[in-house]
Design a protein around this ligand. Structure first.
Ligand code: PGA
Length: 254
């Protein structure tokens, strides 16, 4: 028996409006039997969240999340959505610190910390994305970069708060490039992340927390990545857009 329940997550980025979302879930739910042993999390664009949540409402193993949230509860922040608005739209989780938000939209380490706190107070599971660029990896700085991102976003949480966070390791050079970290490289970094968790929440809780890998996960490599030590789930971009591909990745989790 696996120690940690696998989490298969799909980040649709800027794809699939409400109509395409309903079509996706009709095909996906028909292809993927309900299973308590793993969780499926899908992050559609914000205007598709309510349609997604309504379509999956009969399935306890499939949850919807927000790709992006603001940390303030409400206010004059044109274009933003708060964690409570996301929750009211059917979200149960939210991505925080995705590398596209960091690189293209200037999301800072300090902001990831505020967003994580706001998610926790709204009852959303924050899915904190961390990962190094190719330059940082080649300079031998991958571990220290990831450590800095973890400390900035999570370092001040109480252990009972941190226990509700999911962490996804997504090396920036593997996202949308077709290049994946080898299972051994993923296992190394996941081991470092587990060590961070042990330091902050203690051995028993840390050993129960799933850590996800993301970056060019496909039906053909998902099983090998999921078999790597400390890799307990995957965060899938491109391959989560097609119901058959995403269903195949879910079956790789057992
Ligand atoms: P990809 O994206 O699977 O298309 O590489 C992963 C992600 O950005 O979460």
């Amino acid at each position: 028996m696996r120690l940690r329940r696998p989490v298969i997550a799909g980040n649709w980025k800027m794809h699939h409006g409400p109509t395409a979302t309903r079509e996706f879930f009709e095909a996906f739910l028909a292809a993927v039997p309900e299973r308590e042993e793993r969780s499926v999390l899908v992050f559609p664009p914000a205007p598709s969240m309510a349609a997604a949540a309504a379509t999956v409402s009969g399935r306890s193993d499939v949850l919807i999340g927000a790709q992006h949230v603001h940390w303030e509860e409400h206010g004059a922040f044109t274009g933003e959505i708060s964690t409570s608005i996301a929750a009211d739209s059917g979200a149960r989780a939210a991505l925080v610190g995705h590398s596209e938000r960091r690189q293209l939209f200037g999301e800072t380490d300090a902001e990831t910390g505020r967003k994580v706190r706001s998610c926790l107070s709204a009852g959303l599971v924050p899915v904190l994305c961390v990962g190094e660029t190719l330059d940082e990896r080649e300079a031998g700085a991958a571990s220290s970069i990831v450590r800095r991102q973890l400390e900035a976003a999570l370092g001040s949480l109480r252990p009972d708060e941190l226990a509700n966070v999911l962490i996804a390791y997504e090396p920036v050079w593997a996202i949308g490039t077709g290049r994946t970290a080898s299972p051994a490289d993923a296992a190394d970094m996941h081991g470092d992340i587990r060590a961070f968790l042990v330091d902050h929440v203690g051995q028993t809780i840390a050993m129960g927390m799933p850590i996800l890998y993301g970056g060019s996960v496909k039906p053909g490599n998902a099983a090998d990545l999921l078999a790597a030590s400390d890799v307990d789930g995957v965060l899938v971009g491109g391959a989560s857009l097609d119901p058959a591909n995403f269903a195949a990745i879910c079956s790789a989790a057992g």
